[in-house]
Design a protein around this ligand. Structure first.
Ligand SMILES: Cc1ncc(COP(=O)(O)O)c(C=O)c1O
Length: 436
């Protein structure tokens, strides 16, 4: 196949004609497929089902200190759950609060605490300030951006590079005291799949923000989600770097077992320095008496430690690899020769990022939808849902069955080719007409 950019207008017209016919065939299949949200599928969830058989007798509900987990108390979480989540976050158990079943909920609560009361080192609640700004490395996680938009903050896009956010830009922007935080998914970033380099982590730890209570929101949602066990990316420990830099308060750490055990029904954790933990405990203590320690106990007993988590994640990876391969094979086979798209092969996480020709992402996603395949909305990975180049598409292959992923990926490739082919043809026709 000739690369589209090298085709003559006549060849392009012929190609678009063929693609339209193929597209009509797909449309008539009545597909109903979804590559939009990063959710585990049923087989993956089944892997953690033995957890429910673990707590049976009265005695089983006592934590390692003998505390009855069926009762109120222990706001910060039971020791064995703090240790387990601490291992995932690479923090000490007393640097972790295990709370609820959703890390996004904890992030929202922390933004809320900043809004109402600020954080240690600051001048009080951010609500008192005329403008509050948050840095949003983009493409990034739409729900992060939505949280800070919901609080009325101004979202500032920071370009994502192959090794993390552009730190030259971040270092410059944090000189503004209105900038209170930055969203980061440092490992297998949603949606780019990349892991921040050691240099990016070090520069992050050494930031000198003008706001005394600026916080890095370090959402390590995919900390243990290697697709090839043993061959995953290594993320430098931000807390260790912050301590070296004498700035241990500058980050809040988040994770959950939503994509380890049960989505939205696992256990979630927030971590930080002693000052941050004390601050959060004070405010969380007004929101609730204590969290669901029965679920904490179930998780701690089932996984035991990092070895338990990693062996569980190996089983998940075996289920996920064919789905990722189905997408990557389709991209390689059907898009590589055309030269109209680029992508990376992530070593873990839940997403494959696809960049198409500028100005073609929305049209591609609309074509997919019309033929029965739901993709994440084009633009969703940017603040305010606005991808200035209209080129990024997030592919989430985890939820559908492999054969459906294969079908959806083939249709997606066809739609990319059609959207880009049409655009190039239009441009070529315009050039012919104007002689430009
Ligand atoms: C980066 C990231 N953080 C957080 C979440 C949500 O986590 P939770 O279920 O713990 O709220 C997701 C879900 O897709 C995610 O991709």
């Amino acid at each position: 196949m000739t690369a589209y950019q090298k085709m003559t207008p006549a060849q392009l017209a012929q190609e678009v004609q063929v693609l339209r016919e193929q597209y009509e065939v797909y449309k008539n299949k009545g597909l109903k497929l979804d590559l939009s949200r990063g959710k585990p599928d049923g087989d993956q969830l089944d892997l953690a089902m033995p957890m429910f058989g673990i707590l049976k007798d009265q005695q089983d509900f006592l934590d390692e200190t003998g505390f009855d987990c069926r009762n109120y108390g222990v706001l910060e979480g039971i020791p064995e759950a703090r240790r387990l989540m601490g291992e995932i976050l690479e923090l000490e158990p007393d640097e972790v609060i295990v709370g609820g079943s959703s890390s996004l909920n904890l992030m929202h609560d922390c933004v809320g605490i900043g809004f109402l009361h600020g954080f240690p080192g600051g001048k009080g609640g951010w609500r008192k300030e005329e403008t509050v700004k948050f840095l949003c490395p983009s493409p990034g996680y739409d729900r992060h951006f939505a949280v800070t938009e919901h609080f009325g903050f101004e979202l500032i896009a920071v370009p994502m590079q192959s090794d993390g956010p552009d730190m030259d830009v971040v270092e410059e922007l944090v000189k503004d005291a209105a900038v209170k935080g930055i969203w980061c998914v440092p490992k297998y970033q949603n949606p780019m799949g990349i892991t921040f380099s050691d240099e990016v982590v070090r520069r992050m730890a050494n930031l000198s923000p003008a706001a005394g209570d600026f916080r890095i929101f370090w959402d390590n949602a995919y900390a243990v989600h290697d697709l090839e066990p043993g061959k995953g990316d290594k993320l430098l420990n931000l807390m260790a770097e912050l301590k070296k830099a004498g700035k241990p308060d500058m980050a809040l750490f988040f994770t959950s077992t939503s994509k380890i055990s049960f989505a939205g029904a696992g256990i979630a954790a927030v971590g930080g320095s002693a000052a941050n933990i004390a601050w959060l405990k004070k405010h969380f203590g007004l929101q609730m008496i204590s969290g669901d320690k029965i679920n904490q106990l179930r998780h701690a007993r089932y996984f035991k430690n990092m070895d338990g988590i990693l062996s569980h994640m190996e089983k998940q990876a075996a289920l996920l690899r064919p789905k990722f391969d189905a997408v990557l094979d389709a991209l390689e086979r059907e898009l590589a020769p055309t030269g109209v798209a680029s992508w990376t092969r992530p070593r873990g996480g839940y997403f494959i990022p696809l960049d198409v020709m500028d100005g073609c992402a929305k049209r591609t996603v609309a074509l997919c939808k019309e033929a029965g395949v739901v993709m994440t909305g084009a633009g969703a990975t940017f603040p305010y849902g606005n991808d200035p180049k209209d080129r990024n598409i997030r592919i989430a292959p985890t939820f559908a069955q492999t054969k459906d992923v294969e079908m959806a990926a083939s249709l997606l490739c066809l739609c990319v080719r059609l959207a880009c082919g049409e655009k190039l043809l239009q441009e070529a026709q315009l050039t012919e007409k104007t002689g430009a």
